[in-house]
Design a protein around this ligand. Sequence first.
Ligand SMILES: Nc1ncnc2c1ncn2[C@@H]1O[C@H](COP(=O)(O)OP(=O)(O)OP(=O)(O)O)[C@@H](O)[C@H]1O
Ligand SMILES: [Mg+2]
Length: 329
Amino acid sequence: MYKSFYSLKRNPFEITPDPSFLFPTRRHNEALASLYYGVRRHKGFVVLTGEVGTGKTLVLRCLLQLFKQNNDVAYAYIFNGRLSPVEFLQYVASDFGLPASGKNKGELLLELGGYVISRAQRKLTTVLVVDEAHHLSADILEEIRLLTNLETAHDKLLQILLVGQPELDDKLDSVGLRQLKQRIALRSRLEPLDANETRGYIERRLQLAGSSSLGHELFPIETIADIYQHSRGIPRLINTICENALIAGYARQARRITPDIIDDIAVDFRLGVVHQLHAEEPKVMGEETDFRLAAKTLLDLVSHLQKPLDELERRQAVTTRASKHEPYI
Ligand SMILES: Nc1ncnc2c1ncn2[C@@H]1O[C@H](COP(=O)(O)OP(=O)(O)OP(=O)(O)O)[C@@H](O)[C@H]1O
Ligand SMILES: [Mg+2]
């Protein structure tokens, strides 16, 4: 309804994680690079954590889109951690297209093992992706540890990505899971956006939604500073605030979203102010308003990834050298 009023071609602030809307911050790039590198180099076990709403599922979806372009990668994507171990294995097997119903745990493990090994023999990559992994029970985490044993002397045959909220870090730090923790090859963390990133994020989403005006005309600098303050840089909250601001702005027939609109929304959504307003002045964005940016985003990803990938390669080489001298942790 507000789209035509603000000359937008689509809704800029949907809260579903849509890869075409990715705003590649350094953190998001690094997280994506770490997952991609871990799978591509067969590192075995990779973990990504981050606060609620910081973009973990979005990063995963971007990654899965990249894999769809590669015929040599098959993945099972699990986003419901609240399963029993057998249900979990059944889910994984059936997501790989294997017969799973009515099978017991032993049969499922055999089925999965055979599948993973036969793919590895054909030099194909197999990935188990678990989103919302902070919900996984200790029993399932133990099954996952056993799956990490699918390896040869030179290669991990199943790549496992665990993605979840910070409680996942706590779980992996627990004494009972130290064997699993030792197998983690790469670990990264998403953080909320800073004030400048928040500005870039909002402007980018407006561009991708086809806004014909420059972002700062619709959301002036002081409004964006207010959004940052109320959202604390958490992308999902930024979306909720901005979406509601556009609805309220349209209701008032306001051409610009002013800070008082944002403050009203913050009260309605009971967003307590936690951070102080940053004094820095957000810079005005460039003039890019091309709607085709959305389609280009994913292509850009690969080049965005290159720098973090090089960095990871370098760090990995250092860690591998160092770990040769490290005692058992
Ligand atoms: N870098 C980004 N660029 C564009 N949109 C983003 C970015 N990061 C997060 N978002 C958006 O923020 C919202 C929340 O992201 P997402 O669902 O991925 O968070 P999450 O970390 O998985 O949250 P939860 O812990 O609740 O599962 C989505 O609309 C997503 O598209
Ligand atoms: Mg998520």
